[in-house]
Ligand binder design. Sequence first.
Ligand code: GRF
Length: 203
Amino acid sequence: LPIGVLVSGSGSNLQSIIDHIERGLLGAEIKVVISNVPDAYALERARKHHLPTLVIRHEDFETREAFDAEIVRVFKSADVELVVMAGFMRIITPVLLDAYPYRVMNIHPALLPSFRGMNAQRQAVDYGVRFSGCTVHFVDQGVDSGPIIIQAVVPVLDEDTEETLSARILKEEHRIYPQAIQFFVEGRISVNNRRVRIRDGKC
Ligand code: GRF
């Protein structure tokens, strides 16, 4: 399945997706990696694997909609069928969502609907929850509010800091994001009344 990846940062989730594809565990082909941040390390990772990359700087556009329209133009011309947000730090608009209905995925480092928005790991430590985790979901018009595809749980330890919890969560992110994409590739995901159903593998 041709996919497009949106990044802004270190790109460890992108790396995990690349690794799963190269190991034959994920039936996707990355057509293009777009970053809104010119020096994102994610771009280096993509180049190392000879993947097409493109920087689209949000500052170059008057509106979020115009920025999204450029992303859509690039993805459509690359025949992208699924958009994967992997540490992409921009809020997207209906311009992108309407072009890819239930075809934009995101990963969030908390058990949604808890701790939406920025610094979710710090929010979890500060709140004192005993468990947190990560969530792969379809993106809708809200912030971290779309239909949930997969979640993974990790314990929060007394001695945890934002950094130690983030590392524990990230390990699970790298496992469940490729898994969610593979479910999509296999055509096993359906969405009804905002609830995701994942059909059985063999049939
Ligand atoms: C991850 O924690 C992801 O959940 C969040 O941003 C971080 C991106 O990490 N949305 P990376 O760029 O994939 O390493």
